[in-house]
Design a protein around this ligand. Structure first.
Ligand code: HEC
Ligand SMILES: [Cu+2]
Length: 481
């Protein structure tokens, strides 16, 4: 009797524990089991689908449509893009670690070619490439389990692979870790890539692909989000002072590695190569490999326009790799004062140093009776030594920075004004050939005969037709000014 009772007691004591343990086990099992299903929200750059708040994996259905479209590459320049979702880069896909993804790749009937998709997030043959090979007017289905969290590139892998990528077939898929990413205020999608066109940067019209330039890795365009200026001016992404921004960075290549930098900001955190561990703090420039990614996070402490660049810097100013983040809010003069003074600085401590800015060769036009050929020749040398570093040797200037002197309506309109510009410098907004410039040209420290020669050269070169500028005219124009 005593024994039976104690056995019963033991059972009644253990039973609730058993139940709890069973339930707990069920519960953890459920958290790793696929529950329900949903259709993935896909977004065009620079937008990112909302963070995932689920605490369990689900079946996610991704419907992605391949389309070949003609779109703007730059002002007056078009290109036939091959796209995942109608734009370059392709749609941003956001899923959760452990999700079971049903992937439907649809190739629009208007396509000329078959396409497929290789997602770097996929564990399996070709990242899905063979399974998703799809002829125009067809749709393919395959499934994968998102085993590894991280930010991954996807791209077309149909032969010739390099051509499909060069024409715009890439995008990003984020596999959020189970525990999610830390909360931030703004998330944006920025993908760099290059375009290899028959024409040079800015050559108008519908541009054809150049195989030779692609093989030489010499792109005409390096851009963020598929086109020049797609993140500039009204297309800039926005934030408010005090907010924390996360950028999901991708690089579609096909060839170049990006040295990604934001002018006037420091990345508080970098998740190198798109992994899920922030592995570095306080970074100025981060690498985004071709076919790879990175995540950067930073708080914006002051208002302003922060320029995104590939710090391989000719790509930024000459090939299009520029974007903008516009941060609104009240300035904080403690963190950044803005310009506090602009004073005359003569350099050195004695008069003797003042000839530093003189041309190395003293080129003086000899006599008033020299031939026009002679003056043009002298003027050209003065130009190359004093002006070409900004206005370029061919007088074409630099887009948005240095106005052209070649065919310049502004230059030719007013001879006296052009003399004064060389002598006194120029700043403030001007319009040259319909384009706005707002820069600063310092006074050029040359003699009156030199000004007369250089302006005679400039006003009679590269399509300008303006007669000569005499020394007398230079003297008169600057008198009393
Ligand atoms: C340090 C760069 C720099 C140098 C050197 C320079 N310029 Fe300029 N120049 C500029 C900038 C910038 C502007 C536009 C200023 C503005 O936006 O107000 C300009 C404007 C001009 C303009 C009027 C705009 C136009 O396109 O017609 C003329 C003319 C001109 N420069 C001539 C010259 C000549 C001639 C020399 C050499 C003797 C020279 N510049 C040297 C930067 C420079
Ligand atoms: Cu393709």
């Amino acid at each position: 009797m005593k024994r039976r009772l104690s056995g019963y007691k033991l059972l009644s004591f253990l039973f609730p524990i058993l139940i709890v343990v069973l339930f707990a086990r069920c519960d953890t099992a459920n958290k790793d089991e696929i529950q329900g299903e949903e259709i993935a929200i896909l977004t065009d750059a620079p937008n990112v689908p909302p963070p995932i708040t689920r605490d369990h994996p689900t079946k996610v259905i991704v419907n992605l449509e391949v389309k070949e479209v003609i779109r703007k590459l730059s002002d007056g320049v078009e290109y036939t893009y091959w796209t995942f979702g109608g734009k370059v880069p392709g749609k941003f896909i956001r899923i959760r670690e452990g999700d079971q993804v049903e992937f439907n790749l649809q190739n629009h009937p208007s396509s000329k070619l078959p396409h497929n998709i290789d997602l770097h997030a996929v564990t399996g043959q070709g990242g899905g490439a063979e399974a998703s090979f799809t002829a125009p007017g067809h749709s393919s289905k395959f499934s994968f389990k998102a085993l590894n969290p991280g930010l991954y590139v996807y791209h077309c892998a149909t032969a010739p692979v390099a051509l499909h990528i060069a024409n715009g077939m890439y995008g990003l898929i984020l596999v959020e870790p189970k525990e999610g990413l830390p909360k931030v205020d703004k998330e944006y999608y920025v993908m760099q890539s290059e375009f290899y066109t028959q024409g040079n940067y800015g050559d108008p019209g519908l541009q054809q692909f150049s195989m030779q330039k692609a093989i030489d890795e010499n792109p005409s365009y390096v851009v963020f989000n598929g086109a020049v200026n797609s993140m500039v001016g009204d297309n800039a992404v926005k934030a408010r002072k005090g907010e924390t921004i996360r950028l999901f960075l991708g690089n579609g290549g096909p060839n170049l590695v990006s040295s990604f930098h934001v002018i006037g900001e420091i990345f508080d955190l970098v998740y190198g190569e798109g992994g899920v561990v922030a592995n570095q703090k306080n970074v100025q420039t981060t690498i985004v490999p071709a076919g790879g990614s990175a995540i950067v996070q930073f708080k914006v402490d002051v208002p302003g326009t922060f320029i995104l660049v590939d710090h391989s810097i000719f790509r930024a100013f000459n090939k299009g790799a520029i974007g903008m983040i516009k941060v609104a809010g009240e300035p904080d003069k403690n963190i950044y004062s803005g310009k506090q003074a602009d004073e005359i600085y003569l350099g050195g401590d004695s008069e003797g140093d003042n000839d530093i800015r003189q041309p190395e060769l003293e080129i003086e036009p000899s006599d008033a009776n020299t031939s026009i050929e002679n003056i043009m020749d002298t003027g050209k040398q003065i130009f190359l030594q004093n002006c070409a570093s900004c206005h370029m040797a061919d007088g074409k200037g630099l887009e948005n920075v240095f106005p052209p002197l070649a065919n310049s309506d502004f230059l030719m309109k007013d001879k006296n004004r052009s003399i004064n510009i060389v002598k006194k410098g120029l700043n403030g907004p001007i319009t040259v050939n319909g384009k706005q410039y707002n820069g600063l040209m310092p006074p050029v420290n040359i003699s009156d005969p030199q000004i007369s020669a250089v302006l005679t050269y400039v006003r009679n070169s590269w399509g300008n037709n303006g007669g000569n500028v005499t020394v007398e005219e230079v003297k008169k124009a600057t008198e009393g000014k």
